[in-house]
Design a binder for this molecule. Structure first.
Ligand code: GLV
Ligand code: MN
Ligand code: MN
Length: 419
């Protein structure tokens, strides 16, 4: 059956994005419409329930695994064929947008609905998945659900992870929201192929006037939590030369990791995203600081170099100021390169549909980087307005969403084989 003429219904996809975005909606002072659905909160449960309801409406067989990943499957004609999986996540950061992750999952439902509407059967089943805690904002590491799915982290270790905000145990939060499923995790078999449609979350596509990014891989990620302990003291009476001030050290680390990234150049980035001073009072030299450092690079040896320089920076400052610095790794993932044939498929399909394309690495982490461990994997990027993401002003134009969904539909059809 020829299916090359089939197109997604962008209006229907945007309507689902709007509806899901109402769950945990956050409104900005200038009318920005963002989203706060941290993993395994009540808002996450409500979002999950909505998407699972849509999966049932579309006739998918819905399964939930032991880490709360949800997979809806449309049967294929070959009972022995592994599914072509479309996936992403629906959890968000606390100040998130309505597209990050959600587009990949709802784009998958749009593919299913288009196949249904046109009565297209495929040899391989087509599955739509959303993975638990992709963001890692509440439970670290990020991409936790897909990591466990591919066997990269033990289930029991993952269930034992504590939330950064309220200390809740992940396993208990899963039970509480009703998503501790019965399917085994890691999954019994690997998908035939995995596709993820995602917003770029950066400025490159918009800047270059390109509609579709064919993602070549994902850069390496290194997250560290530092606990700096010094001597809490009176801010007025303690001479500067006699201080052991973790607040100063935290500031120097913030400046220092930025300098490392600037000196190294290339794709190296460095971010201090969380910094908590104790007791956080105007007239008290802090006694302790907890902070996080996020280092990323597309090149593993350069990421190792950045980590080594960061470690030297901490050791030097600890000695100079007379504080102790305890380090805890929150996440460490090497850079990932996607299967070249899959990247070629995305690029060629987008061009056939008349879109401009660019091959590019991803700066953000994605579930796709975990699935790439077990099956051929590809990602389709669409532009982010002003390059913004992890921001309530995150936006992607409907025409670009439609273009991305069309490419997703056609690459899934190429892999799942219409019969
Ligand atoms: C996940 O979204 C990350 O890249 O931090
Ligand atoms: Mn995402
Ligand atoms: Mn994100």
């Amino acid at each position: 059956m020829s299916t090359s003429h089939l197109r997604a219904d962008g209006g229907r996809l945007c309507a689902r994005l709007e509806a899901l975005g109402e769950v945990g909606a956050v409104l900005g002072p200038n009318g920005e419409r963002g989203c706060a659905r941290l993993a395994l909160t009540d808002a996450d449960r409500e979002g999950r329930d909505l998407v699972v309801g849509w999966m049932h409406d579309l006739g998918l067989a819905v399964g939930i695994d032991a880490i709360g990943n949800v997979v809806g499957v449309r049967a294929g004609t070959d009972p022995d064929a592994a599914p072509v999986m479309i996936g992403s996540h629906i959890d968000t950061v606390r100040t998130g947008g309505r597209f990050d992750g959600n587009l990949g999952v709802l784009g998958g439902l749009e593919v299913i609905e288009t196949l249904e509407q046109h009565g297209v059967r495929t040899r391989h089943p087509v599955a739509v998945a959303f993975f638990t805690d992709e963001e890692g904002a509440r439970f670290q590491p990020d991409m936790l659900g897909s990591l466990v799915y591919v066997g990269g982290m033990g289930l029991e270790d993952a269930l034992d992870v504590r939330a950064a905000d309220d200390g809740a145990r992940l396993g208990e939060e899963l039970q509480r929201i009703g998503y501790a499923g019965s399917l085994p995790c890691p999954a019994a078999g690997a998908p035939h192929a995995y596709f993820e449609l995602h917003i770029e979350q950066g400025p490159v596509l918009e800047d270059e006037g390109v509609t579709i990014g064919a993602v070549t891989g994902v850069q390496g990620i290194s997250w560290t939590e530092l606990t700096i302990t010094g001597q809490s003291a009176h801010a007025g009476t303690t001479p500067m030369r006699l201080r052991h001030d973790p607040g100063y050290v935290a500031a120097a680390i913030t400046v220092g990791v930025r300098a490392i990234a600037q000196r190294m150049g290339g794709t190296q980035v460095a971010t201090v995203g969380r910094c908590e001073l104790e007791p956080n009072l105007v007239n008290v030299v802090p006694g302790a600081v907890t902070m996080t450092v996020d280092l990323r690079n597309t090149d593993e040896s350069l990421l190792l170099q950045a980590e080594a320089e960061f470690q030297q920076l901490c050791a030097g400052l600890a000695g100079e100021e007379g504080v102790t610095i305890a380090r805890r790794s929150l996440a460490r993932f090497q850079p990932v390169e996607f299967d070249t044939a899959m990247v070629d498929l995305v690029e060629a399909t987008a061009r056939r549909l008349g879109h401009t394309t660019k091959r590019m690495p991803s700066g953000a982490g994605h579930d796709a980087q975990m699935l790439a461990r077990v099956c051929p994997t590809a990602m389709v990027f669409v532009p982010s307005v002003n390059g913004l993401s992890h921001n309530i002003a995150e936006h992607t134009h409907p025409a670009d969403i439609t273009a991305g969904a069309d490419v997703l539909l056609q690459v899934v059809l190429a892999a799942a084989v219409a019969v």
